[in-house]
Ligand binder design. Structure first.
Ligand code: PLP
Length: 514
C-alpha cells in the first residue's frame, strides 16, 4: 500500500545464539481483505424466507442505506484467515515478555476473565435498580476497601477511566480543597523525571507548572523544593518510585515541607507494583493519588480492555470526591449517594469501568496480603536481575538502587551510531516487545526496562542474552541493528510521515495510488 511496505526477509534473518523467533506468517500477498474482494462472493447463506417480505424502506424510511460503498466481498474462510493472520502479525503479552518500562505489562490471569464474564456481572445494566444491583455494588465497596487499605488512604472514587484521568480527578480534588479555603492557588511542582501526563494534568486544571530538577541520585532536590514552596503552591505531583525506579528516600520530609505551607502531595501511583504490601503512600504523607488497575492490578492493558484509574485520598479531600458514592445502610444494604454539596461532580458516566473492578478484586483476593507482597518482591528481584546482568554492557546513568524497573542509556552504543530506538527495533527480531524508548527524559537515550513479576528466570535469561547479543552487534556490525527489524512483515516505518500525513481511513483511491 505504501512505500514503507518493504520486502520481507524470510528464514535468512540474521540470528545468532540462544534466541528464539516468534513465528510469523509472512506473505506479501496476504495483506488487505479488500484485495481479495471479488463481486458476488459471500461469507454467509440465509435460509429461504418463510414469512412475507417487508419493504425495509417503508418501515425505516431514510434510515435504510442503499449505497453500501465499496465493501469487500469475500468468502467465510477468507475472512477467518484474514483476521487470524492479522493476529499473528501482532505481539502480545500472551506470546512473550513485554518489558515496556512504566507500563507494568504483567500477565492477566485467566481466572479474572472467567469471573468478569459471569452472567450476573457481565450483563448487569447501569440503570438496573439498586435493589437488583446489590451484588455489583458490594464488589465496588469491597474493591474500595482493598485499595484504601493497600494505599493507607481514607476515601476513594473508582470512576476515572485511566491513570491520566485519575490525575485529572485528583488535581480537581486538590483545587476544590484549596478553593474551599478561599484560594485555589497558582502553581504545581513537577519533577523533570515525570510522565508527560503530569504537567498536562496540572495545565488542564488551570495551574502553572514549575519544573523541579532531579539531583544526582535521580531524586527530588529537597533543598531546592524547600526554597521554592510558597503560599501559591497548590501541590507537588510526585511519582514514587520515580520513573527511573528509585524510591524517594526523603518522602516524609518532602510531605512535611509541603504541608507546612498548606500545599498537598499528589502521588502518581503508576509504579505501585514496587510498593504494594511493602509500604503505604498514606503512611508516608501522600494526600491524594491515582492507581492504574491495568498496571498494578493485572487488568488488561492497551487494546485488551479499557483502563481504570481509581483515586484514593485522605479525609480532608473526601467531601470533594465525585458522585455517586456507594454507601452502606444500617441494615447492611447498599445505596448510591448523589447528594454531596462539595463534590466536584461526575468525571465519568455511571460508576467507572465495572468489568475492570471485578478483575482487579479477583486478583487481589486470589493473591491475598502475602501473595501481593510476594508479587512486589518478585517484580523488584526480576528488575534487579536484569540490571546486574546488563550493567557491564549498557550504561547505567543512575546507580541508585532500583526497584521494579531499570533505566539504562545508549551512551556506549551511540558511539557506533546505534541509538535506543535502533536497539529496540532489533529486539523485535529476537522475539521480544521493545522496552520503553527515550523516557524518562532525564536520561538521554533511555532504555527503560520493566520485566514485572510475571516472567520466569528462563524468559529473563533469553531477554538478557538478546540484549547482550545486540550490544555485541553494535560493536561488530552496527548496520544490522540500524536496518532492523528484519523478521517483521513491515520493517522501518516513516514515523515523521505517519505523524504529519496520517492515513486513518481506507479509501478506494488509496488502493489505486499504491
Ligand atoms: C502509565 C502512566 C501514566 C498514565 O496512565 P494511563 O493509565 O496510561 O492514563 C501516568 N504516569 C506514569 C508514571 C505512568 O507510567
Amino acid at each position: 500500500m505504501t512505500t514503507e511496505n518493504t520486502p520481507v526477509s524470510t528464514d535468512s534473518t540474521p540470528f545468532v545464539g540462544n534466541t528464539r523467533k516468534v513465528s510469523q506468517h509472512v506473505n506479501q500477498n496476504e495483506g488487505l481483505i479488500f484485495e481479495k474482494s471479488s463481486p458476488g462472493k459471500k461469507a454467509y447463506r440465509l435460509a429461504p424466507l418463510d414469512v412475507p417480505e417487508v419493504d425495509a424502506a417503508k418501515l425505516l424510511g431514510a434510515a435504510v442505506r442503499t449505497d453500501l460503498g465499496a465493501l469487500p466481498e469475500v468468502s467465510e474462510i477468507e475472512i477467518i484467515r484474514h483476521f487470524t493472520r492479522l493476529s499473528t502479525w501482532n505481539y502480545a503479552i500472551d506470546l512473550g515478555m513485554y518489558p515496556l518500562g512504566s507500563c507494568t505489562m504483567k500477565y492477566n490471569p485467566r481466572v479474572n476473565e472467567a469471573v468478569a464474564r459471569l452472567e450476573g456481572l457481565a450483563d448487569a445494566h447501569p440503570y438496573q435498580p439498586e435493589v437488583l444491583s446489590q451484588g455489583a455494588m458490594r464488589i465496588l465497596l469491597q474493591l474500595q476497601q482493598c485499595l484504601t487499605e493497600i494505599t493507607g488512604m481514607d476515601a476513594i472514587t473508582l470512576q476515572p477511566a485511566a491513570g491520566a484521568h485519575g490525575e485529572f480527578t485528583g488535581i480537581l480534588l486538590a483545587r476544590a480543597y484549596h478553593e474551599s479555603k478561599g484560594n485555589p492557588r497558582k502553581k504545581i511542582f513537577i519533577p523533570d523525571s515525570a510522565h508527560g501526563t503530569n504537567p498536562a494534568t496540572a495545565a488542564i486544571c488551570g495551574y502553572q507548572v514549575e519544573n523541579l530538577k532531579s539531583n544526582a541520585q535521580g531524586m527530588v532536590d529537597v533543598a531546592q523544593l524547600e526554597k521554592m514552596v510558597c503560599d501559591d503552591t497548590a501541590a507537588l505531583m510526585l511519582t514514587n518510585p520515580s520513573t527511573i525506579g528509585v524510591f524517594e528516600s526523603e518522602i516524609h520530609k518532602i510531605a512535611n515541607i509541603l504541608h507546612a505551607k498548606g500545599a498537598l502531595l499528589y502521588m502518581d501511583g503508576a509504579n505501585m507494583n514496587a510498593l504494594v504490601g511493602k509500604t503505604r503512600p498514606g503512611d508516608f504523607g501522600v494526600d491524594v493519588m491515582h492507581l492504574n488497575l491495568h498496571k498494578t492490578f493485572s487488568t488488561p492493558h492497551g487494546g485488551g480492555g479499557p483502563g481504570s484509574g481509581p483515586v484514593v485520598c485522605k479525609k480532608i479531600l473526601e467531601p470533594f470526591l465525585p458522585v455517586p458514592v456507594v454507601v452502606e445502610n444500617s441494615n447492611g444494604t447498599l445505596h448510591f449517594e448523589y447528594n454531596r454539596s462539595q463534590s466536584v461532580g461526575r468525571v465519568r458516566a455511571f460508576y467507572g469501568n465495572f468489568g475492570m473492578f471485578v478483575r482487579a478484586l479477583a486478583y487481589i483476593l486470589a493473591n491475598g496480603p502475602d501473595g501481593l507482597r510476594q508479587t512486589t518482591e518478585d517484580a523488584v528481584l526480576n528488575a534487579n536481575y536484569i540490571r546486574k546482568n546488563l550493567e557491564d554492557v549498557y550504561d547505567l546513568p543512575y546507580t541508585t538502587p532500583t526497584l521494579h524497573e531499570v533505566v539504562f542509556s545508549d551512551r556506549r552504543q551511540a558511539r557506533n551510531g546505534v541509538k535506543t530506538g535502533d536497539i529496540a527495533k532489533r529486539l523485535i527480531d529476537y522475539g521480544f516487545h521493545p522496552y520503553t524508548v527515550s523516557f524518562p527524559m532525564i536520561v538521554p537515550g533511555a532504555l527503560m526496562i520493566e520485566p514485572t513479576e510475571s516472567e520466569s528466570k528462563e524468559e529473563l535469561d533469553l531477554f538478557i542474552d538478546a540484549m547482550r547479543q545486540i550490544a555485541r552487534e553494535a560493536e561488530e556490525n552496527p548496520s544490522l541493528i540500524l536496518n532492523a527489524p528484519h523478521s517483521t512483515r513491515i520493517s522501518r516505518l516513516d514515523e515523521v510521515g505517519a505523524a504529519r500525513r496520517p492515513v486513518l481511513r481506507w479509501k478506494p483511491e488509496a488502493l489505486e495510488m499504491a
